[in-house]
Write a protein that binds this ligand. Structure first.
Ligand code: AKG
Length: 337
């Protein structure tokens, strides 16, 4: 069968069989809690040690948090969201020119997660872009809508700065020099997934994205303000993360879990879909340089004798991550000492 995307203009009235999860692996939406006390950290409060303490607490207890007064302009975020919406409204023939199932491609439109490997599909389309260095990658980005390259590049620059500020605060919260994480991670790559979840006829039977952790270092998520869908596993229970006005959701990826020697958690999260409204989310991923050696600093791992994970390169980790299904065991488990 020819590959296609969900955002084709066709409105499904029932869920195609290939999206139906086995009974034991469904979202059980009635059992999901709303998380009232998701840490919301004010990065503009002017008190550096308070910020680092709040970030440390959030990374340890939740593995994720929201940030406000983060320095990314409201305009850049609004334009990013608007151009992403315009992209998914394009005719399907136009979008399909960018379609690929090959995870090694640096720019592609795809659907679900890993369509050729997975047994059950996910109710999601996504446009995945490499974003750093911008002058290397923007030429291959979509030129329709016409403002796509400019709007997305502006947003990427601002989000990258935010990511670095957060990594510095994370380093300090671990008692390390502020540049420590960034030095280990090297010249960081930056990727983006623009996720589009169309209305789903039977949201109880499937996922937009099943439970997964992120393989990268840090994820900065711009959520749809009006349609929620992100859920996080906390103390064995799924919790819905209600969008907070003007905030980004930040989560620790597997690499920071490894660098913190397991002190900070790369948490399981998932996206659920709903029957009435389409939802979008825009995830920016900061990733270690391909050949960066991921190894917890001695201050956290003794002289290495208490290192929870063996040393590995990001290339090695990333290959392993994409060779598996999204919802298998935590990929870091395979790198334990
Ligand atoms: O759509 C969301 O809220 C979650 C997106 C996500 O987890 C991802 O892109 O990896």
């Amino acid at each position: 069968m020819e590959p296609t995307v969900l955002s084709s203009g066709f409105r499904y009235t029932s869920l195609p069989e290939s999206y139906v999860r086995p009974e034991t692996d469904r979202p059980k939406l009635s059992e999901v809690w709303e998380l009232e006390n998701v840490p919301v950290i004010d990065l503009g409060c002017g008190d550096r040690s308070l910020i680092s303490q709040q970030i440390g607490d959030a990374c340890r207890d939740f593995g994720f948090f929201q940030v406000i007064n983060h320095g990314v302009s409201t305009e850049a975020a609004a334009r990013m969201q608007e151009v992403a919406r315009e992209f998914f409204r394009l005719p399907v023939e136009e979008k399909m020119k960018l379609y690929s199932d090959d995870p090694s491609k640096t720019m592609r439109l795809s659907t679900s997660f890993n369509v050729t490997k997975e047994q059950v599909h996910n109710w999601r389309d996504y446009l995945r872009l490499h974003c750093h260095p911008l002058d290397k990658y923007t030429p291959e980005w979509p030129s329709n809508p016409s403002s796509f390259k400019d709007d997305v590049a502006n947003y990427c620059r601002e989000v990258r700065e935010l990511g670095f500020r957060l990594q510095e605060a994370i380093s300090e919260s671990l008692g390390l020099e502020k540049d420590c994480m960034r030095n280990i991670l090297g010249e960081q790559g930056q990727h983006m997934a623009i996720n589009y979840y169309p209305p789903c006829p039977e949201p109880e039977l499937t996922y937009g994205l099943p439970a997964h952790t992120d393989p990268n270092a840090l994820t900065i998520l711009l959520q749809d303000m009006h349609v929620s869908g992100l859920q996080v596993l906390k103390d064995g229970k799924w919790m819905a993360v209600k969008p907070h006005p003007g905030a980004f959701v930040v989560n620790i990826g597997d690499q920071i879990q490894a660098l913190s020697n397991g002190k900070y958690k790369s948490v399981w999260h998932r996206a659920i879909v709903n029957a009435e409204q389409a939802r979008m989310s825009i995830a920016s991923f900061l990733c270690p340089q391909d050949d960066a050696t991921i190894s917890a600093p001695e201050k956290l791992s003794g002289d290495g004798s208490q290192a929870v994970y063996r040393n590995f390169t990001y290339t090695e980790y990333y290959k392993k991550f994409w060779s598996r299904n999204l919802d298998q065991e935590h990929c870091l488990e395979l790198f334990k000492n």
